[in-house]
Design a protein around this ligand. Structure first.
Ligand SMILES: Cc1cc2nc3c(=O)[nH]c(=O)nc-3n(C[C@H](O)[C@H](O)[C@H](O)COP(=O)(O)O)c2cc1C
Length: 304
């Protein structure tokens, strides 16, 4: 059988490259009943902030042509609750947990990172500087190389955990962002977060979402995400985690061929919770078919 393991981060090897994307599987207590987190390479929890957040006014989610618009607004119970209630659960898992963190200020990010340091069951941090649905913070830093680098530097100083920085597609130059966070010490980058979008109800003549705009995810964004992953993987030396619209094994294989060392799956698992499992099996089948024995033969193969 082919070996699907990938060394994603310093000291962190995943048994396969398939990762549950932040915000689409909560903290792992609910989807565990529906799909098998144990079979995934890693799990990213919902974006966690310093204080609890109630999120944006309803409606916060709507289906679009081949996609999903969401404006949850980082609803979460806050860092202390997450440490107390979910870390004991994560400590029992074999699947590494990457904690997605978000702040309203650079100091917030550093404080959250500090609190998660040394917490059992936490394998790494994914720093979300790319949420398009909150009024303060996040994209405020993530849209410019200077802002993205400043957050990365502070988080790196505050933790001994490996740090992944999650980049936004809502920028004119995602490669510049990736290079800036690499230079600031990021151990890996993940991309893409959602693309800002909106919908208007023509009968009510009002925006559909309570927040007016939201973030677009799902199959509609896949070609955009893939092109960004391709460009970033060609520019940085640190590992790239790719995602955006991955719905089946073929999609995931495209991202791996483009140079991603891991793939995040979000919206597709909301539609069918067995998709991540099916993707793991599909990658294995593809490798067998093409007589590949290890992931290095697959990752970046379209660039060679
Ligand atoms: C309902 C919902 C909530 C999300 N919440 C977060 C979040 O808290 N933090 C984050 O970094 N990304 C969040 N995302 C973005 C996803 O993790 C992912 O990057 C994006 O949806 C693109 O992948 P997909 O097309 O496979 O869903 C969220 C996406 C959705 C659909």
């Amino acid at each position: 059988m082919p070996d699907l393991s990938v060394q994603l981060l310093p000291g962190l090897t995943l048994k396969n490259p398939v990762i549950a994307a932040s915000g689409t599987a909560g903290y792992g207590d609910e989807p565990n009943r529906l799909y098998h987190i144990a079979d995934l390479g890693a799990f990213v929890c919902k974006g966690t902030t310093l204080k609890p957040r109630v999120g944006n006014p309803q409606p916060r989610i709507m289906e679009t042509e081949n996609g999903l618009l969401n404006a949850i607004g980082l609803q979460n119970p806050g860092v202390d609750y997450v440490i107390e209630h979910y870390s004991p659960l994560w400590s029992k898992w074999q699947t590494p947990v990457l904690v997605n963190i978000a702040g309203e200020s650079v100091a917030d990010y550093a404080e959250i990172a500090k609190r998660f340091d040394q917490v059992s069951g936490v394998a790494a941090l994914e720093v979300n500087i790319s949420c398009p649905n909150v009024a303060a913070g996040c994209l405020e830093f993530g849209a410019t190389p200077e802002g993205a680098a400043a957050v990365t530097r502070k988080v790196k100083l505050a933790t001994s955990l490996p740090v992944i920085v999650k980049l936004t597609p809502n920028t004119s130059d995602i490669v510049a962002l990736a290079e800036a966070v690499e230079n600031a010490g990021a151990d890996a980058v993940s991309l893409i977060n959602t693309l800002r979008g909106m919908a208007i109800d023509i009968k009510k003549r009002k925006p559909v979402l309570g927040n007016i705009t939201g973030g677009l995810s799902g199959p509609a964004i896949k070609p955009v995400a893939l092109a960004m992953v391709w460009r970033v993987a060609g520019a940085v030396k640190i590992p790239v985690i790719g995602g955006g619209g991955i719905s089946n094994a073929d999609d995931a294989i495209e991202f791996l061929l483009a140079g991603a060392s891991g793939v995040e799956v979000g919206t597709a698992a909301l539609v069918n919770p067995s998709v991540p499992d099916d993707i793991v099996k599909g990658i294995e089948k593809y490798m067998l078919q093409w007589k590949m024995t290890e992931m290095a033969q697959l990752i970046g193969a379209a660039r060679r």
